[in-house]
Design a protein around this ligand. Structure first.
Ligand SMILES: [Zn+2]
Length: 455
């Protein structure tokens, strides 16, 4: 090999050969020690070449072995066609997939409003300070959406502040406090309330827009969207369109904005509602629920901690952020809202823990499900099943008739699991299903970060 004896500068070939040797060595090392990594690299290379618009077809991988690269689960198994924006299968390495966001919901920042909606201005300001003290970063809606798209990283503990309905106190009281803290926030308004009575005006909304506040859509009339009110199907469809796409168009035209987010009135939705929200082009939609939002959480039903004066403990998990696990011991905030019976639907998406599509490290996880979306469930008919395990005894979360909780009886082998909840609601059988993967070797999703240790 004559070139090895040459002077380096006289022999660029030498470097080419060295690089080629390194690449070949690396390839065989990968093939020997981590063939799955190699497979993933191949998938990545081929999908990268494919047309941008085409969804890359990641193979569904077999149950993972410990110590291997963390797998990707197909997302949204039970709610398809309804997922608005799913993260790309391989987000840039810079995006922290283990970060979480506590989404906060307030209504009227004034002492003398209805107890269901109010928070005293002093207490609201105290909350803002507590976020700061707990080292929780308040991020903007746009940063949140970019993170969910896999395009931008956010701090491991983040919060999103949302104020619904558009009462004038949002402008007069909340806005100066938020300004003082320099917090970005989102204002969800329903269009037939604007510039009427105790609501903020179109001019004030335009000012908020100019100050960088995200304006989101909260329907036209603030009716419960899953309640057909006896309308014939085609009338109901048209009405949904007005409450969702129509309200979006009104806001976009009056304010000259792109309205990317929707908040369901009363947090209430159905599969049909989700489909309308998707068709209208919303990038994310928000409901209620005392859980933090993870990277893999479905973007069309983001949970929000909803402030209720009577239930301050609902917010405890926000300010005492300890560990990754979602579970507020507080019941769901929408428990008080009477939901009409679910229309006959095959699979109803519900809020769960682990989230649908989650990869968890804990082999013996706590399962939780908020059954509110299933309608008027007869509590005596509820059953909980875990694939590979069978029926699991569960308990109702205290103070909540809608959330069930169960500890998996024995540690699970690594692999994929399906949880099925069935019940009778108004004598109709209703069912919800979600999936998660146990990957004890990855430490990927559920591990406590040192900074997350309870204090
Ligand atoms: Zn509202």
């Amino acid at each position: 090999m004559y070139y090895l004896n040459e002077e380096p500068k006289r022999s660029p070939l030498r470097w080419i050969v060295i690089i080629a040797l390194l690449l070949t060595g690396g390839y065989f090392a990968l093939a020997k020690w981590s063939p799955r990594t190699l497979e993933r690299a191949r998938v990545w290379l081929t999908t990268d070449k494919a047309a941008k618009g085409a969804a890359p077809a990641l193979p569904i991988e077999p149950a993972p072995q410990a110590s291997e690269a963390k797998p990707e689960l197909p997302r949204q198994l039970n709610a398809p066609a309804t997922g608005i924006t799913q993260p790309p299968p391989d987000a840039p390495a810079t995006v922290d997939k283990s970060a979480q966001v506590a989404v906060l919901l307030y209504h009227r920042v004034e002492a003398n409003a209805s107890p269901a909606l109010r928070i005293a201005p002093e207490l609201f300001e105290e909350h803002m300070q507590k976020l700061k003290d707990a080292n929780i970063t308040v991020i903007s809606m746009q940063d949140f959406l970019a993170w969910k798209r896999g395009e931008k990283s956010i701090p491991a503990r983040s919060a999103l502040i949302t104020i619904d309905d558009g009462f004038s106190s949002t402008f007069d009281v909340a806005r100066p406090i938020l300004k003082k803290y320099g917090y970005p926030w989102t204002c969800f308004v329903y269009t037939n309330f604007i510039s009427r009575g105790s609501a903020l005006t179109w001019e004030q909304l335009a000012q908020l827009r100019d100050e960088g506040v995200e304006i989101g859509c909260h329907s036209h009339s603030h009716a419960n969207l899953r309640d057909t009110q006896g309308k014939p199907p085609e009338v109901y469809e048209e009405w949904l369109k007005q409450e969702i796409a129509g309200a979006k168009q009104t806001l976009e035209q009056r304010l000259g904005i792109r309205c990317a987010t929707y908040a369901y009135p009363f947090g209430s939705y159905s599969n049909r509602v989700l489909e309308h929200v998707k068709a209208a082009g919303f990038e994310a939609a928000f409901t209620l629920g005392s859980i933090r939002t993870s990277f893999s959480a479905p973007s069309d039903r983001i949970a929000r901690f909803s402030w209720l004066d009577a239930r301050p403990h609902d917010f405890n998990p926000v300010f005492s952020w300890s560990g990754r696990v979602q579970a507020a011991d507080a019941p769901q905030a929408n428990a008080a809202v009477a939901m009409p019976a679910a229309p006959a639907e095959a699979a109803i998406p519900i809020l769960t823990q682990p989230l649908d599509g989650d990869v968890i490290a804990d082999p013996q996880p706590l399962l939780r499900a908020d059954l509110a979306a299933l309608g008027n469930v007869d509590a005596n008919t509820v059953s909980l099943r875990l694939s590979g395990v069978g029926m699991i005894p569960f308990s109702w979360v205290p103070d909540s008739k809608l959330t069930i909780s169960a500890k998996v009886p024995k540690p699970l082998e690594p692999g994929d699991y399906t949880v099925t909840v069935t019940a009778l609601a108004e004598r109709r059988r209703v069912e919800a299903q979600w999936r998660f993967r146990v990957d004890t070797g990855s430490g990927y999703d559920n591990a406590l970060r040192p900074s997350d240790k309870p204090r």
